[in-house]
Design a protein around this ligand. Sequence first.
Ligand code: CS2
Length: 481
Amino acid sequence: MLTEAGLPVDRLTQSTAPRPGVGIVHLGLGAFYRAFGAIYVAEAMAVSGGDWGIVGVSLKNPATRDALAPQGWAYTSVTLADSGESAQIINVLETVLVAPENPIAVLNVMADPGVRVVSLTVTEKGYCHNPATGALNLDHPDIAHDLLHELPLSAPGFLVRALARRRAAGVPPFTVLSCDNLPENGPLVRHIVLELARLIDPSLAQWIATNGQFPATMVDRITPATTPVDIARVTAMTGHYDAAPVLHEPFRQWAVEDKFVDDMRPDFAAVGVEMVDDVTQFEHMKLRMLNGSHSALAYLGYLAGHETISDTMADPAFATYARQLWAEIMPAVRAPNGLDLQDYADALADRYANPMIRHRTWQIAMDGSQKLPQRLLGTLEAKLATQNPAPALCLAVAAWMYYVGGVDEAGQPIEVQDPLALKLRAISDAAGTPADKVAGLLALSEIFPPELARKLKAPVTEAAQLLWTRGARQATLQVVS
Ligand code: CS2
């Protein structure tokens, strides 16, 4: 078969080695999981064996399945280092299912006794929860649907309905392994699953609560969305056409709470995963220091006309601002044992500056209503509780408010992607002054707990005045002490 690039390659691997059995179902098969979790699983099997083949599930559209099917589910993983790039073929997916096309096939494989882990990267909004409280959002249309139908639409719906099938068949539950950037992602997904299960069948909820496991994790590897330019570049580099390669930084870190049903999991410890009793400190450090600064730089950088994080960091005003931000965040973070937060911040500055990584500010700016609480607001809560000013953090919140107004500093429209985009835009449009916009947006209790909103009003209004009058770049210079 000839591919688009005209190369005589139809499968990326010709391996005839026996395939492992399927042990993992992964919900939300995006670039991040393929560049991260899937690689750890492949490495763990290479070291210690085990039947941990992965069935990937796309919950929304068929694009990844369609791209990977002609390649026999294998794909290229490209490490982009300052010093150069290197590629390897990852061959750990057994198949990819598209949930809306065939939800029964998804439930069947999730109910298979050989499957011991169901992992998830469904993004913040995929949990269908209220970001400010962590509670399941019963008004979410997919949840309303899943309460009434055996064949679900949402990730929580698939988890609950598949667990029900396992219980009915006398099969132990799978471990639910959330790999999303949410604080206490294990307890969060447990809470959501139990809430939904309780509404469907209280005895099912009881069974899950008693027998299930939901380890919390901290995941980290910068993996921008793959673009057509990347595909052409990988083809030129490897001589193989790959319709869905993943491109990522060299760095990776995974901390996982070591509690799995019947201790059944790949030998993650053998391949550098930190298997720990408690990931809270890892999560706080990563969500607040990395994702918090990522979002801040994304909003401010975008408004100032920067396309990527590395472009933003190449501008000395923003590089200095990032340092200020980390200085504000560090006192609100407890470092995991043996880690130095200043070293962590220095490493982040290097990772962000890597010019090989074209991570678009627009991509990171997506879904801010779901991201702000864990990335910026928790830190701000801690700062304000100790009466500590946090002008750089407040500027980041103000920048999000500017951004969701939908027009950038040059007067160009912004394509705001957010489940609350229309509501955010309406609030912004109805408000006359920056102070009114701040007041209107702080009133959104699904993002800002009312007590915090009250405390944020004065400092975020001040930051907003600065941002609206001076522009993002000048504003960052003003908040640096
Ligand atoms: C980013 C993350 O898109 C985003 O919101 O902040 O995806 C970030 O790149 C990863 O969490 C890094 O591990």
